[in-house]
Design a protein around this ligand. Sequence first.
Ligand code: DGY
Length: 321
Amino acid sequence: GTTRPVLLLTRRYPDAVMTRAGRDYRILTNEDDHPYGAEEMARRAEGADALLVCAVDPVPAALIRALPDSVRMIATFSVGTDHIALAAAKERGIVVANTPGVLTDATADIAFLLLLGAARRAAEGERMIREGRWDGWAPTQLIGTHVTGKRLAILGMGRIGQAMARRACGFDMEIHYHNRRRLPAAEEAGAIYHADADDMLPAADFLSIHSPATPETHHWLNAERIARLPDGAVVVNTARGTLVDDEALIAALRSGKLAAAGLDVFENEPKLHPGYAGLPNTFLLPHMGSATDRTRDAMGFTALDNLDAFFAGKEPPNRVA
Ligand code: DGY
């Protein structure tokens, strides 16, 4: 047979993914699973035909230009592609592909977990009991925000936004959404479309963010938009931290304008804006939307499917550049 292509794996991926990668490629591995910076990534890419990166590996234009000529494809183990300078990749003729679809349900599950957990003060209750501060049931203890029958506004009605809407249907929620294009199927199921996201905000008892990070969505949830939300609204973000202006969100959680926030993603991960940790009404998770056994395997297999197609001379099914 022909020699297998050389694949740089920037991190330790799930066992089944490593096994398949090792069978079909000559793999360069990251033994202690530390994040490579740009410099180390360029150095390690020496002799590689392709890279398997993930959402926390920044691949800016400068790194793309510094990659050795041997690198012809970057497969990312993520649906998000905001960490990769796609235009620069295109310019160098490097093909890029992502993993849409396979993490939809896992991420929507975490979004709904955050919605419920933030609304119902699950983290506060958990801390109370764990720290030995629970002195028994009381009629006014840990009263949260009612969920069933409320209005849920979804920013970004892609796969994950739609899966969030399906979950909310089980809670008899009224769905409002903003998306670049209208979705007749969602509207047939009762969702209410807002051409302008700002016009949706007054209807958002709950606001869940599912848009990609782009220059246009940077700090989208700012002080002005928070002011348009109903008093006591709950905000959920499982997309990217850069969509939220942390200072504005923290001020609104502190003043009581917002009841709570459930956040799985942050602007400078893994650094947390210190304002969040000091607030009781934040329910915080460490970017684990896609972290299920089946989902992480499927992300790896999808990334490998993209690589396999490319090296077989075919179009990768999830090509983005
Ligand atoms: C993604 O896929 O973009 C997530 O952020 C990591 O699973």
